[in-house]
Ligand binder design. Sequence first.
Ligand SMILES: [Zn+2]
Length: 341
Amino acid sequence: MPSKSLLLLLLSSLLFIWLIVGADSVQSNLQPHWSDDESHFNRTLSNILVPRVVGSQGHQQVRNYLIQTLSDLGFKTDVDEFKQRVPIFGDLTFTNVLGCINPQAKNFLALSCHYDSKYFPNDPGFVGATDSAVPCAILLNTAKTLNSYLTAQFQNRTDLGLMLIFFDGEEAFKDWTNSDSVYGSRHLATKLARSRTGPSVGGQTPRTIDRIEVLVLLDLIGAPNPKFSSFYENTHALHRSLVEIEQRLRSSGQLEGNNNMFLNRPSGGFVDDDHRPFLEENVPILHLIATPFPDVWHTPRDNAANLHWPSIRNFNRIFRLFVYEYVRLHKQPVNLRYYRA
Ligand SMILES: [Zn+2]
């Protein structure tokens, strides 16, 4: 009898393995269809699309909204709050907002954007729709539409977690310089580089910042006909996968219009942004910023009336599938770093 039950156990285990492997290989041949949730996107955007200069009431509202929304989506939330002296305003309190699914994981895919809006003395109503309200809404909509998949996946995984970062104080208060810009990301990169967390590697607890496999930074999205080139050689393959996803979705009739936004070419330049302090800490960067910049950039016309909805819907569909595929295909640590620590 014992040997018979052992045999049964063995057979059922084999069946189980076949089911798992079989199901996975079937799934990988199919194009999963993730439904849009436009009403969620619109609701989210309208909550963010207010003047939100650091220190203002709108800023505080948006910060609280981000924390609440992340928490509702099942993310463990955290804030990185600090005071700093800036031109014009003097001492200001900045707050980076972070959300994490599976914080105990070995490594992270980090998706980011900035949530503050730029201060213009002559335009107190500036809402920065493309800069960067739409990117914030895209990140939250991605988390919402993939929520059931992400929650189920990350229950049983130790290889990967998902981090959403909403940087504060990206905008210069006066003129853009290394010191009057990217206040939040400079603070957070320094903090994550100084702290050591997570499962030990070779007997050592890693720097928290080294657990980020790639920092994806979204900026200046929502205007018509955007073009995204590849800025960094070490993440070119990831950029290339966005190009391929766009082609796949377009050929299966899931995108609007026929403007390709992801270009399979190097940008040939550098655009300074929130990724700078992370780049300096050797974090691989995928910088998804429209170049050339939108016509409405840093003008009162960067508002809801001038957003191009087909481009936003297309971006959402492509980006959602990109995040899904990164999570699904991830089996072991991905090391794209330029140099080893
Ligand atoms: Zn800006």
